[in-house]
Design a binder for this molecule. Structure first.
Ligand SMILES: [Zn+2]
Length: 151
């Protein structure tokens, strides 16, 4: 079996180039600014599967691939590889992996650590950081609910 050409997968979808602050985390995995809410720190997890299917989930607002396409004004068919295979057009499979959840938590924990260090130094925590930490708690809660539902 040939290794999937991820560069082709990347180029074969219209979504990544439309997103902002796209950061490649590993093969086929990206994080970007979510177009569905006022996102300042990238919270949209994107996975491009070897078959070219694009999975997206925002850990802040919960937006999925369809909602992201709506916000970008692009056809949700962009979530699927350009092919004549009708099965991809009919059944969108949207979701996110445990890996993505853990990655998101890793980022959040970094914010918690930085906040803790500021507090230790006697610095006041900016309200935006307090709000962010509240979002983190909600996001973890949402992620847990998702995983419980996905079992
Ligand atoms: Zn969002």
């Amino acid at each position: 079996m040939n290794a999937p050409n991820l560069e082709t997968s990347y180029q074969s979808n219209d979504i990544i180039p439309r997103l902002h602050k796209v950061k490649r985390l590993s093969e086929g995995r990206y994080i970007a600014i979510c177009p569905c809410h006022e996102d300042t720190r990238p919270s949209l997890a994107i996975t491009i599967k070897p078959d070219g299917v694009v999975l997206m989930k925002c850990f802040a607002c919960g937006a999925d691939g369809l909602q992201v396409c709506e916000s970008l004004g692009i056809n949700p068919a962009s979530l699927f590889p350009h092919s004549d295979n009708p099965k991809y057009e009919k059944q969108p499979r949207l979701g996110f992996s445990s890996w993505q959840l853990l990655h998101s938590l890793e980022k959040d924990m970094l914010v918690v650590l930085i906040s803790a260090k500021m507090l230790v130094r006697g610095e006041a925590l900016p309200e935006s950081d307090i709000n962010y930490l509240s979002e983190v708690v909600m996001r973890i809660n949402e992620a847990l609910q998702y995983l419980e539902g996905a079992r």
